[in-house]
Ligand binder design. Structure first.
Ligand SMILES: [Zn+2]
Length: 222
């Protein structure tokens, strides 16, 4: 893991790290303002949890469908729609088509942050998603595939954070999946108008998913 930069945002000191072998993009993107910025995240470190009431609705995706619907704040749904546009862009570049669907491990869930029990998890205000996989259908007949696309990836396949962020094999397929995930997260980190917190396998408890949220601070540990 490598220290990339330290950012002060809304008075919170946060650190951005990356395990990329490649040079990571700068993380000083302008993060703008967001609907849930003023909401206090401080909670009692023990005892029963009560989460603030925030509007939330079912979101199934705009650019790419989610396998099961997410329960998210409308402002976060907007961020997800922007995210999906980036997924389509990068996947088309790498695989010649967008994923058919994305799988997640959770969105709304009223709980504390495990490592910081006096703070409300962004999941508790419907402001986060845990993304685990991208599922692709076979390349449509006659579709233009990138030259370097291995034959096996003309068929349907699945890219998961667990298996492909740190590939278990060094072959063309594994390298391409790694490239897809790195290129995608690099573009997200470079954008201040999508997610502010991006956590991946380098962060404790995140071996099998990316956690993305829009907390009032910047934290990038992939
Ligand atoms: Zn999460």
């Amino acid at each position: 893991m490598r220290l990339v930069s330290v950012i002060v945002l809304f008075g919170a000191l946060t650190v951005a790290c990356s395990s990329h072998a490649e040079a990571p993009p700068p993380v000083d993107a302008d993060l703008g303002s967001y609907a849930l910025d003023a909401l206090s995240r401080t909670v009692a470190a023990t005892g029963p949890m009560r989460c603030p009431a925030v509007p939330r609705g079912s979101f199934t995706g705009e650019g790419v469908r989610w396998k099961t619907p997410l329960s998210v704040h409308p402002a976060f749904a907007e961020r997800l729609a922007r995210f999906e546009a980036v997924v389509v862009e990068v996947a088309t570049q790498v695989y010649g088509r967008a994923p058919k669907r994305m799988a997640h491990l959770g969105s709304y869930n009223c709980r504390r942050i495990r490592l910081y029990p006096d703070l409300l998890s962004e999941h508790g205000i419907a402001n986060a998603v845990d993304l685990s996989a991208f599922e692709f259908d076979a390349l449509p007949r006659g579709a233009d595939a990138p030259d370097e696309l291995p034959k096996a990836l003309r068929r349907a396949f699945r890219v998961t954070v667990l298996d492909h962020w740190t590939p278990k094999r060094d072959d063309a397929v594994s390298r391409l999946h790694r490239r897809f995930l790195v290129e995608l997260t690099d573009r997200l980190v470079a954008r201040g108008d999508i997610f502010r917190v991006l956590l991946g396998p380098a962060y404790p408890g995140h071996k099998d998913h990316f956690h993305f949220d829009c907390a009032p601070y910047r934290l990038v540990v992939l």
